[in-house]
Design a protein around this ligand. Structure first.
Ligand code: SF4
Ligand code: MG
Length: 337
């Protein structure tokens, strides 16, 4: 296919003193160049862990990774650290929620943008500095020539976020992984950063994986959605489809726990009741069943408490309800609220 990143039947398990944590439990997805996949879920759903595994940033001693992670056809699971290091920066880059985890306080912003560029292209110091200025300009830092020698603490939070994006994009990565990159920012700056990512994607044609707990952000930036729960995909599809006619009770919960997409303020939010499942001892059957209000509606011989629903392939949801029930429950019981 034309997937740039292809994840197949991925398992990420951690050994802990209490047993094995199944953080990712049989996950598959694809991202093509020029497309943005939004991965949404609560903390502990496996969305961040998945992407640390893609980047090869998990701890190899305590973590077992199985399945396939193909980047432009190259298998990353079991790849040597040296190979992964070259790919990070060159072919794939990441943006995290907190720029201070990515930016060192001891070096100028310009140097931190220039260094990876020099390392991957062999450019001279002068060329790399010019490139850093160009990147600061691209991410919307005013007067970049006079800011390039500033230290991170001389930048505002929003500017640091932009600087980190400049650092991530300086080598034109083909795959960009952004993990909650706008969560800590106010709404205005958040909107600017999302616009910026869209512009940069237009320019560089990168594949983007955007991880968030916020469906509103997904609606704004993504082409496709993957909803994760308990280390598994529970719903997937094109953004428009999933937001118009979501099929999984967990997705319904996410939708009703966010402010309306119409932007009404002061509206009462109803968080999904219950807590995310233990990844040490996930519930049998459908992992969502302890929190689901629809278990009694499942007809036939399938049981939410016993039978694990198949993960969605293409548009769909991992749920035993019939297509008609999914439609009816959403339009008659969930949507009107
Ligand atoms: Fe709810 Fe059962 Fe569907 Fe799981 S399979 S989401 S428990 S109705
Ligand atoms: Mg996370």
């Amino acid at each position: 296919g034309d997937a740039f990143l292809s994840v197949r039947d991925l398992y990420v398990h951690f050994a802990t003193e209490d047993g094995t944590v199944k953080a990712v439990d049989g996950l598959s997805f694809d991202v093509a160049r020029g497309r943005t996949l939004g991965i949404v879920g609560e903390s502990g759903s496996g969305k961040s862990v998945t992407n640390l595994a893609v980047l090869g940033l998990h701890n190899p001693r305590s973590t077992e990774v199985a399945g396939e992670i193909l980047l432009d056809g190259q298998q990353l699971i079991g790849a040597r650290e040296k190979t992964l290091e070259t790919l990070r920066g060159n072919k794939m880059a990441m943006i995290f929620q907190d720029p201070l985890t990515a930016l060192s306080p001891y070096y100028t912003v310009g140097r931190q943008i220039a260094e990876p560029f020099r390392k991957h292209t062999g450019a001279s110091k002068r060329e790399a500095r010019l490139r850093a200025i160009e990147m600061l300009d691209k991410v919307g830092i005013p007067h970049p020539q006079s800011r390039v020698d500033d230290y991170p603490h001389q930048f505002s939070g929003g500017m640091r976020q932009r600087a980190m994006i400049a650092m991530a994009l300086v080598c034109d990565p083909d795959l960009l992984i952004a993990d909650e990159p706008t969560t800590a920012l106010d709404v205005t700056v958040q909107a600017q950063i999302l616009d910026l990512l869209k512009d940069l994607q237009q320019e560089f044609g990168s594949a983007i994986v955007f991880i968030t707990h916020d469906l509103g952000v997904i609606a704004d930036i993504a082409d496709d959605i993957l909803v994760m729960y308990s280390g598994r995909a529970v719903e997937r599809g094109a953004v428009r489809e999933v937001l118009r006619a979501p099929q999984h009770p967990y997705t319904w919960g996410l939708l009703t726990s966010m402010p309306r997409l119409t932007g009404d303020v002061g509206e009462e939010l109803s968080p999904i009741h219950g807590t995310p499942p233990s990844l040490l001892a996930p519930p049998p059957g459908c992992p969502f069943h302890p929190r689901c209000a629809f278990t009694d509606e499942v007809a036939g011989d399938r049981s939410c408490h016993r039978d694990r629903p198949a993960p969605p392939a293409g548009r769909g949801a991992a749920c035993h309800l019939t297509a008609e029930q999914k439609h009816t429950f959403f339009t008659e019981q969930i949507k009107p609220r």
